[in-house]
Design a protein around this ligand. Structure first.
Ligand SMILES: *[C@@H]1O[C@H](CO)[C@@H](O)[C@H](O)[C@H]1NC(C)=O
Ligand SMILES: *[C@@H]1O[C@H](CO)[C@@H](O)[C@H](O)[C@H]1NC(C)=O
Ligand SMILES: *[C@@H]1O[C@H](CO)[C@@H](O)[C@H](O)[C@H]1NC(C)=O
Ligand SMILES: *[C@@H]1O[C@H](CO)[C@@H](O)[C@H](O)[C@H]1NC(C)=O
Length: 494
């Protein structure tokens, strides 16, 4: 009750000014937006209003390169082995029993609400969300049924189910957010989480954007369309053959559509900054922009998807603007989506740490250059391969027993996933160290490791070349992290 004391000492005028309002938050989470393949480039408002006015984390990672496990992490601050959402199916706890019973009732919005926040959600919640009830913690809720769509979708709008046919989803979310912001005239701080569908498959842009970027093509990175055969990659990737030219045209088109579909999100960023200014809350609002996971187009001759442990898939955009953050800051500090919950709680103030596996990155926001001789951090990345008999594609030359998934004729029968594309990695940053170490749960216990400092395109697998002692240390550390909980996830003894 700081203001009361001021009141008594200084009288009423000073007293109302002295009352400190907690900061607001707007968290934007796009769907499958890469950062490695220039996914942020088409977004001019993100560049001008967020990147140039705030801090960009250049080493930001997802905890799992798949929507539902990642979104469960964003809401809970836990790694997937703790929130137990391991894939996009109900059986993998995507909006499943464990989630609803044990995780959701104590997720971020619930905690913020009891800390005096007004909470707002709009967009894709969790892939298997299909309820006409409002999940706990949300004062305002506009949740999409199921996975990302652009038209012909179903919404839960504050408990009322509504179908939309012709309204472009990002535009609906934009309107809901702006209406919510315009209604914020109270002293109550707010937390708004907006999860637009872009640039997820089918990559549909708004009509007004469908002719944008006519000449843009998927970047031909040094690992583009390089079959991995002799590069020692794991089973699923190792049998990829070179992508034919006819398919490259489709990939370029999809890349272009991804950029186009992001333009409506970018317009929303412009609108929300303008609205925050008009309600006089811009200086007291943190705007956080990120994505649930990255994406690849063509790397190692994989046409288009996520789910791989490579930089394209695990790196995400991560930009924050807000109170006390200087303009045009760039930080090399390694951060993960698992850090969002503890960071928001730290910035909100007055909240207790719970079961979070991440750390508050506030200290990186205050001093962005942290990688000195004593610095080290390891981030955990986990993935459970999908692939069962139901996902069998008879048009492709594989059998059901191959347990492959996402093999489409359109993608030249390249497959996106397999049951044994199951792995865990530690992404390691320290002074002059920038590495990844991964172990697959397959018949070969396959290992992939890369020195990103010297091999940013991951062409040389060091898994079988590193010193045995070094490999043993990474392996131990990975096994530790795969079982960690709370503080034991935050330290690494490496
Ligand atoms: C809305 O769409 C769902 C399927 O997504 C359908 O089951 C339901 O009948 C539709 N409701 C209306 C009022 O059209
Ligand atoms: C998702 O995970 C569950 C639990 O491990 C598993 O039974 C299910 O087959 C997985 N779904 C897919 C599509 O692989
Ligand atoms: C991956 O799974 C498939 C199907 O069960 C199997 O044929 C293949 O040998 C496995 N590869 C590895 C490395 O485990
Ligand atoms: C793994 O965990 C054990 C027990 O907590 C600890 O003693 C060891 O130092 C850890 N090793 C690594 C490499 O993190």
């Amino acid at each position: 009750m700081k203001w009361l004391i001021y009141c008594l000492i200084y009288g009423f005028v000073v007293c109302s000014e002295a009352e400190e309002k907690k900061p607001n938050f707007i968290l934007i989470v796009t769907d499958d937006q890469d950062v490695v393949l220039n996914g942020l480039v088409p977004m001019k408002n993100v560049q001008n209003l967020l990147v140039k006015q705030g801090i960009t984390f250049q080493n930001a990672f997802t905890s799992s390169p798949l929507c539902c496990p990642s979104r469960a992490t964003i809401l809970s601050g836990m790694y997937a082995h703790n929130h137990k959402t391991t894939n996009n199916s109900k059986s993998g706890n995507c909006y499943g029993y464990h989630w609803r019973k044990y995780i959701e009732p104590n997720a971020l919005p619930v905690q913020l609400q009891s800390n005096g926040y007004e909470t707002f959600f709009a967009g894709k919640y969790l892939n298997e969300f299909n309820s006409d009830k409002v999940p706990p913690g949300w004062d305002h809720f506009y949740g999409l049924f199921g996975n990302s769509k652009y038209y012909n979708y179903r919404m839960n709008e504050n408990g009322q189910t509504k179908n939309y046919t012709n309204k472009y989803l990002t535009d609906l979310l934009d309107e809901r957010l702006i209406d919510f912001l315009k209604g914020q005239h109270t002293s109550k701080p707010f937390f708004a989480y907006v999860a637009p569908p872009a640039p997820h498959q089918p990559f549909t842009p708004a009509d007004r954007h469908k002719d944008a970027f006519p000449d843009v093509k998927a970047p031909r990175t040094p690992n583009f369309n390089i079959p991995s055969g002799n590069l020692d990659k794991h089973w699923l990737v190792s049998f990829s053959t070179k992508i034919p030219d006819s398919l490259l045209t489709t990939m370029d088109m999809y890349y272009r559509m991804r950029w186009q579909s992001l333009l409506a999100v970018d317009e929303m960023i412009g609108n929300l900054v303008k609205t925050l200014k008009s309600i006089d809350e811009l200086d007291n609002t943190y705007i956080l922009f990120t994505s649930d996971n990255g994406y690849h187009i063509g790397q190692f001759a994989q046409p288009w998807d996520k789910r791989q442990p490579y930089e394209t898939d695990i790196r995400v955009p991560f930009v924050i603007r807000g109170p006390n953050i200087g303009a045009k800051q760039i930080s090399e500090a390694p951060v993960s989506l698992v850090d969002l919950v503890p960071t928001v709680k730290d910035l909100a103030g007055g909240m207790k740490y719970g079961n979070e596996d991440g750390i508050s990155i506030r200290k990186f926001m205050e001093s962005p250059n942290v990688i000195d001789k004593s610095f080290h951090r390891q981030l955990l990345i986990q993935y459970w391969g999908e692939g069962n008999f139901k996902m069998y594609e008879p048009k492709c030359p594989f059998t059901k027993e191959d347990e492959l998934a996402g093999c489409s004729k359109e993608a030249g029968c390249h497959c996106e996933d397999s049951r044994n594309n199951t792995y865990a990695c530690v992404r390691h940053f320290a002074y002059r160290t920038n590495r990844i170490y991964c172990e697959f749960k397959d018949n070969e216990q396959f290992v992939e490791a890369y020195d990103l400092a010297s091999d940013q395109y991951q062409l040389t697998n060091l898994g079988y070349e590193m010193l045995p002692i070094e490999r043993a240390m990474y392996s131990l550390s990975l096994h530790n992290m795969s079982k960690c909980e709370g503080v034991s996830c935050q330290i690494s003894n490496f």
